[in-house]
Every structure is written in C-alpha cells, then in structure tokens.
Write a protein that binds this ligand. Structure first.
Ligand SMILES: [Zn+2]
Length: 138
C-alpha cells in the first residue's frame, strides 16, 4: 500500500517523504471530508511524531497538486476532499457529516443567464437530515 501511495505522489510531482506518505495514506483514502486537525489526529495514530504544521503544509501541497480539493462550508469548516471529480455535497444538520452527491443527481440551470458574473465553477451544498436507509457514501 505504501509503495502504491508513493507512486501516486510521484505521479503528481510530489516527493514521497515518509511524512507525506503517512498523510496521504489516510486522507487520499477516506470517505470523510476531514478538517486539517482531524487529519492530524488520524495520522498521529501511526506517526506520533508528525507535527501539526507538517500536516497543514502537506495538505496544502496536495491541494496545489490536485490530489485533494479544499472546501469551506457555511459553518466555517475548511475540509479536504479526496474525491477530486465533480460532485455536490449534502451536510447532515445533526452530525455535521458531509456526504458526496453524484454530479448527475442534481442540475443547476440558468448559470449562463447570471448577468455580471463569469461563472467558472460551482457546486451545490444541500443540508438536511440523513435518512437511516441512506448509504454512507453516495
Ligand atoms: Zn466531497
């Protein structure tokens, strides 16, 4: 698994140091949308000496290299998302958990008609309550 991750980092022009591989092993493989501090606490379980600054810098590097996307949600949380393809998000009001919604599941119209704005990107954030039957990952 570590060799696969190192290869993935090299392909993105990231030098695969042990610390970067440790961060990548968690954050590129999670179904969650963790904050930087959540990434730090997960990575420390296997890599206790890693500093908060290293985790933050590594996450920013991964975003720059398009291995991760970064989103700021309405509640002020900045989260990291290993799903770099286009998709929307559903935020559970009770747990705060963020779920992916497939791009094709929603449609937004009239973006071209917004006067005064040159829209380059968008995604929809839906909030509400997760039904019990809903699977964790969309
Ligand atoms: Zn997502």
């Amino acid at each position: 698994m570590e060799a696969r991750i190192a290869e993935l980092l090299r392909a993105a022009n990231v030098q695969p140091s042990a610390q970067r591989v440790a961060v990548a092993a968690y954050v590129l493989d999670t179904d969650d949308h963790p904050t930087a501090d959540q990434v730090w606490s997960q990575v420390r379980k296997n890599f206790p000496m890693i500093s908060r600054a290293t985790v933050y810098n590594t996450l920013n590097l991964f975003v720059k290299k398009r291995l991760l996307r970064q989103f700021v949600f309405g509640d002020g949380r900045t989260v990291f998302d290993p799903n770099v393809g286009r998709h929307h998000h559903f935020v559970d009001e009770r747990s705060g958990r963020i779920h992916d919604i497939p791009w094709e599941a929603l449609s937004v119209s009239k973006l071209d008609a917004l006067s005064g704005f040159d829209v380059r990107d968008y995604h929809v954030v839906v909030s509400g309550r997760t039904r019990n039957s809903r699977r964790r990952k969309a």
